[in-house]
Design a protein around this ligand. Structure first.
Ligand code: DGJ
Length: 726
């Protein structure tokens, strides 16, 4: 519920458990007064004024030395006019000054959720409310529209910003953040999610210290290295306790999330497009829209924060072509064959996989152009007739005849120099004049800031997808952007290329989604190099990591789960020893871990033993039977794989509390182990449960006293407990 007190210019956003408030003060500066557990009333009494040395005072308040932009909590911070903390907006004016100064001019409230043209955004109907607050920089003749979407049920507040040049001269945007959040305290921990290719999104938690700290990407993608999701929380917050603020940016390119603990123990979080090499020209009348940011505050720990994000993402962000239906269990040939496959091999995969209950065969990299290694072929999206005689038109019906559907891999944003596309359009690759471009995986990046490039690539993909019955597409992207310069833009607009590239990707994904609404798209970027809420708007699932080792995956999926739900995490059972690290794990354990993701296989089914086939059959059947619980259930992290404990455990509970699935994987082994119990969460204390079809276990006992764990024998054992209320 959004409350507008127009007379006192107080704007209060209530969600089920939280309240967010801002107020335009006597000088029309928009002050952030509060964000936290649900509270009523005018909270501006929290704002204190004092004469702070060296703090500039704005012109309106020139006689009042206690009034300074540098000490007040701002709703959207400015620069150059007295606030020396992290800026959100920086305008380069025709005179050459870099500054911004904003005053409140109006507001508007309506039912429903705003949308952003060309950008991903949470969506929904009348359960949403939208507040627009307009600010103005009079000297620059620029207005700033700030949008707030409120979805009460999930404590979700979204924000977006649109800057409009209302003047008669061109201005340039040097920075335009999506989110600014000021706190009247700095005793907070910052949690970020970091890593590298094969080890993405490990949480890193540290107390805020004086000055600026944060993460970001300058690689053109959100990156393997840092994720556009961060948390600020009480120092003693844990899974079940403490005030936590999660902030996700719906953006898949260069981002920045910075927190600053400033003087007098206040703090500021600013999140948005990374200002690195960013400069956007706004001619008179033109507007720029910054990507959406999503906030969830949980007064009761990190677990609740995650579950609210999961619900909101599942129900109001992803656009699932199979909504309401089960997504297919797939088998992907990549780790089993790499580039070495042909139609016969694929058909043999399907012949072996179909009887096990696998439903979708995904043909990965190598089916097109001249592509027998990763040195050539990208850009030529036409079937290689040597590998697939008769093309997809011949292959797909053979797979379908075995009762399976068919999916395909593409990497549309890239081009190999050894390709027909590059030979005919060398200027379509990003490169800086007179510099030899850096290759990554021996490929160049197409200039997706150019509509004609996107159009050409889309035309090729469209004809592939129209020619055969394709029900799934894996959209891959295997290098970071370097040599970012576009032949289509003048020198003074090169600062737009990074962002225009992302807009090009979004536009193409949107077309693909609209033209082929029945196709399930899985995002991928060398594994999890672009796993963000922006991509999830277009691709309901994303390949979590190229690392399919079950034990490393415990960490990757654990870190990912802080924001993103199980149903978005691409996860497969692969062969052992693991391609990533050489580790051997039992197939049961691999299944347990992959099942807390989208679930599928990435191994040659013809190389499995009869015993393994039987286990796979059971895994697939179990997954299908408990699909809703696993994919839509409330997710509880029971232990952390980053701790020193001997196992990692997690749990999904159905929304009505009548069913649960507990999964546990042992990660270290010792002889003569102690007796251990695992305390479950989220059950109904009044109910009694059967576990794996047996016994009568009271919910309160399982949560308060716990479940006695068996004494595990052997490396990396796992356990799944299915609980159903009797
Ligand atoms: C990187 C992906 O993450 C892999 O799964 C696979 O599709 C390869 N690219 C193919 O080149």
């Amino acid at each position: 519920m959004i409350l507008l007190d127009k007379e006192n210019k107080i704007f209060t956003l209530h969600t089920q458990n939280t309240t967010y408030q801002m107020k335009a003060d006597q000088y029309n500066v928009l002050i952030h007064t509060y964000y936290g557990p649900r509270t009523d009333g005018d909270l501006s009494y929290l704002i204190r004024y004092a004469d702070r040395a060296c703090a500039p005072n704005p012109e309106e308040a020139c006689l009042d030395r206690t009034y300074s932009l540098n000490t007040l909590p701002q709703e959207y911070s400015t620069c150059g006019v007295g606030d020396f903390r992290l800026p959100s907006l920086e305008l380069e004016l025709p005179c050459g000054s870099c500054s911004a100064d904003l005053r409140y001019t109006g507001c508007e409230l309506r039912r429903g959720k705003y949308a952003l043209e060309g950008l991903p955004a949470f969506w929904g109907g009348d359960e949403w409310e939208t507040l627009t607050v307009t600010l103005e920089d009079r000297a620059a003749q620029v207005s700033v529209e700030m949008y707030y979407g409120v979805l009460e049920r999930y404590d979700l507040i979204t924000r977006a910003v649109r800057v409009v040049n209302q003047g008669t001269e061109t201005v340039r945007l040097r920075q335009c953040a999506s989110l600014c959040l000021d706190f009247l305290r700095s005793d907070l921990d910052l949690i970020t999610f970091n890593g590298c290719h094969l080890m993405e999104r490990s949480p890193d938690r540290a107390p805020l210290r004086s000055g600026v700290q944060g993460v970001g990407s300058v690689r053109g993608t959100s990156s393997h290295q840092h994720n556009p999701f961060v948390v600020l929380c009480d120092r003693d917050a844990n899974e079940d306790y403490g005030l936590c603020y999660g902030a996700a940016l719906l953006y898949s390119g260069n981002f920045q999330a910075q927190a600053e603990a400033s003087q007098y123990d206040s703090a500021r979080l600013v999140m948005g497009i990374n200002p690195y090499q960013f400069c956007w020209t706004l001619a008179p009348g033109e507007a720029f829209t910054a990507p959406e940011a999503a906030l969830i505050c949980s007064p009761s720990g990190l677990g609740q924060m995650s579950r609210q994000f999961h619900r909101a993402i599942r129900e109001h962000l992803i656009q699932d072509p199979l909504a309401g239906k089960r997504r297919p269990v797939l088998i992907n040939n990549w780790e089993a064959t790499y580039f070495d496959f042909d139609a016969e091999k694929l058909v043999n995969f399907a012949k072996a996989a179909a009887p096990l209950g696998v439903e979708l065969l995904v043909m990965d990299d190598g089916w097109f152009g001249k592509r027998d290694s990763d040195n050539s072929g990208l850009g030529d999206w036409v079937v290689n007739p040597k590998k697939l005689p008769g093309g997809l038109e011949a292959l797909v019906p053979r797979i379908q005849a075995l009762g399976m559907s068919f999916g395909i891999w593409i990497e549309p944003e890239m081009v190999s120099e050894d390709s027909d596309l590059y030979r005919s359009h060398p200027d379509w690759a990003l490169r800086i004049p007179d510099r030899a471009p850096a290759r990554g995986r021996n490929q160049l990046v197409l200039d997706f800031s150019r509509p004609e490039v996107c159009q050409h690539v889309y035309g090729q993909i469209k004809s592939v997808l129209s020619g055969a019955h394709i029900s799934y597409v894996k959209w891959d992207m295997n290098r970071s952007l370097s040599d970012v310069w576009s032949a289509a833009l003048p020198a003074d607009r090169q600062g737009e290329v990074f962002h225009r590239y992302v807009l090009g990707v979004y536009q193409l994904l949107d077309r693909l989604r609209r033209d082929f609404p029945q196709i399930l798209i899985e995002g991928c970027a060398g594994g999890g190099g672009r796993f963000d809420a922006g991509m999830l708007y277009y691709t309901p699932q994303i390949w979590c990591s190229d690392n399919t080792d079950a034990i490393d995956r415990l960490r990757i999926q654990y870190g990912t789960s802080f924001c993103y739900p199980v149903s978005t995490m691409g996860a497969h059972v692969s062969a052992v020893p693991s391609e990533a690290n050489g580790r051997f794990t039992p197939i049961e354990t691999r299944g347990t871990v992959a099942m807390s993701g989208t679930f599928g296989y990435e191994m040659d089914p013809n190389k499995t033993t009869p015993e393994e086939k039987e286990i796979i059959k059971q895994q697939v059947a179990f997954f299908k039977e408990h699909y809703n619980l696993i994919q839509q259930g409330d997710y509880y992290r029971l232990t952390s794989p980053f701790g020193s404990g001997p196992y990692t455990a997690w749990e999904q509970v159905s929304p009505d509390g009548r069913e649960a699935l507990v999964s546990l994987v042992t990660t270290s082994l010792q002889a003569a182990p102690p007796f251990r119990v695992l305390r479950l969460k989220g059950l109904d204390p009044q109910l009694t449960y059967q576990i794996n079809g047996e016994g009568a276990w009271p919910g309160d006992a399982l949560m308060n006293a716990g479940y006695p764990l068996p004494l595990f024998h052997g490396d990396y054992q796992s356990m799944q407990l299915y609980l159903s209320a009797v």
